[in-house]
Design a protein around this ligand. Structure first.
Ligand SMILES: CC(C)(COP(=O)(O)OP(=O)(O)OC[C@H]1O[C@@H](n2cnc3c(N)ncnc32)[C@H](O)[C@@H]1OP(=O)(O)O)[C@@H](O)C(=O)NCCC(=O)NCCS
Length: 155
């Protein structure tokens, strides 16, 4: 049985491996162990027994904005709606804490569009979101696509 829950500190090496296996193939950006440890409270995981088969993070940027980061589903578990479940958990948390807009930067815009995100010009995102870009191996030639999701906080 699969369980979706907040990540635990012992999950970090497994999430690091999952993310960086995809990053090494150019599918997503890499994350260092220290970045994941420092932001452990942002992460969700899906466990299958002892194994971590998916992870994703919701990182709050400002009073009205959060980012979904590092959505990764193990190759042999893809196309079973685990990515959808991870993104839904992140959106649910954003709504719960009262954040109206969630964005992501990705090489897989079609996956996020399927979940209701819309593409925007990266330059429309506030400058605040670029503060970690200097650590990105691609800086300053960002080739990710930006998408946003607007939450209805009234419902
Ligand atoms: C992208 C990724 C997270 C999708 O996870 P997943 O669990 O396979 O996706 P889901 O099963 O929840 O897919 C939901 C829907 O999104 C769409 N979708 C899923 N993967 C997609 C892809 N690679 N490209 C385009 N659309 C995709 C499909 O419409 C899918 O529904 P369907 O299977 O009924 O057609 C996963 O392929 C992955 O981890 N890839 C490597 C890392 C990565 O690229 N992360 C991107 C975010 S930074």
């Amino acid at each position: 049985m699969n369980t979706l829950e907040k990540a635990r500190i012992g999950d970090v090496p497994h999430m690091h491996k999952l993310i960086n296996n995809f990053a090494n193939k150019g599918e997503m950006l890499p994350r260092s162990l220290s970045e994941i440890y420092e932001n452990i409270r942002d992460y969700y995981v899906i466990r299958e027994g002892e194994r971590i088969i998916a992870c994703a993070a919701l990182h709050v940027n400002w009073s009205d904005l959060a980012e979904i980061k590092s959505v990764a589903v193990a190759r042999d578990s893809q196309r079973k709606k685990l990515g959808y479940q991870m993104v839904s958990a992140c959106l649910g948390e954003a709504k719960q804490i009262g954040i109206p807009t969630v964005f992501c930067l990705t090489y897989k815009p079609a996956f996020f569009e399927q979940l209701g995100f819309s593409q925007v010009d990266k330059m429309e995102l506030p400058q605040k979101v670029w503060n970690e870009c200097y650590r990105c191996p691609k800086f300053p030639n960002c080739d990710e696509v930006a998408l946003v999701y607007h939450l209805d906080l009234e419902v």
